[in-house]
Ligand binder design. Structure first.
Ligand code: PEP
Length: 260
């Protein structure tokens, strides 16, 4: 199933670039490539403040917009927060939830779960980030950790809702480094299978296999082809390499060619 689906390539701009003018410029350069690629679903996740500007620059479906976070409540006295409905209203169709950089600031599994449920309710696709900080092959503690993160994030999600979720597997030890630090494709493939096994323990097999599982962690033009082909992932979450239009467009091109 994952072979015929469009590859999902998400650019996580994090807290960059530093001005709206630079954000517009980067978006325009990516748009030139992304709008031509029929086999790739490109998603740009800028800082929320740039979402309305970018959504006014593009009307097609080959590029969709994502937020990097949101709050679970619909409205009210929550200073500094943004609601799912507000995001939907300004044109975001995805939201990254439970990114390790947010978890490092105290976001726990319960908060991630509340946000997942709220995003689904509002009709936004949650990109649920999971991943261990290190691997212990003897004890397998990273597997126990992954199982716990996934199970907690999906608590209360129905079978019907599950197909609207994306799991982003992002091993923390591989994030924000260079091309050589990304996970080895064979190890990634094994982990993706393990993630699918966890989901099949919770939901029907056919439904579990429709859920896109993507990978993030030092994806660059030099490793994208093997990660996609041998890692058997449905797409990629790209951090630092998405801040250079040249690098990100290369990644998009590989993703277009990599779809069988
Ligand atoms: C991320 O933090 O989501 C990420 C994938 O970052 P990088 O590509 O820089 O490792």
């Amino acid at each position: 199933m994952s072979k015929v689906r469009k590859k999902l390539i998400i650019a996580n701009w994090k807290m960059n670039p530093q001005s709206a003018a630079d954000a517009k410029r980067l978006f325009a350069e990516v748009k030139q490539m992304a709008s031509k690629l029929a086999k790739v679903q490109t998603v740009i996740a800028p800082p929320s403040i740039y979402l309305p500007i970018l959504s006014s620059l593009y009307r097609g479906h080959r590029i969709l917009l994502s937020a990097q976070n949101m709050f679970w409540e619909e409205k009210g006295s929550y200073t500094g927060e943004v609601s799912p409905k507000m995001l939907k209203d300004i044109g975001a169709t995805y939201v990254i939830l439970g990114h390790s950089e947010r978890r490092a600031q105290g976001e726990d599994d319960q908060a991630v779960n509340r946000k997942v449920l709220a995003a689904l309710k509002a009709g936004i696709t949650p990109v649920v980030c999971v991943g261990e900080s290190d691997r212990d092959h003897r004890e397998g503690t990273h597997l126990t950790f992954l199982r716990s993160q996934i199970t907690k994030a999906l608590k209360g999600v129905s079978e019907r809702q599950l197909v609207r979720i994306v799991i982003a597997y992002e091993p923390i030890w591989a994030i924000g480094k260079g091309e050589g630090a990304a996970m080895q494709p064979d190890e990634l493939h094994e982990t993706v299978l393990f993630i699918r096994k966890i989901i099949t323990e919770l939901y029907k097999k056919q439904v579990a296999f429709r859920l896109p599982v993507i990978y993030g962690g030092s994806v660059e033009p030099g490793n994208v082809a093997t990660l996609l082909a041998e890692g058997e992932v449905d797409g990629l979450l790209v951090g630092h390499a998405s801040l250079s239009a040249k690098s990100f467009n290369e990644i998009l091109k590989f993703a277009q060619g990599g779809v069988k």
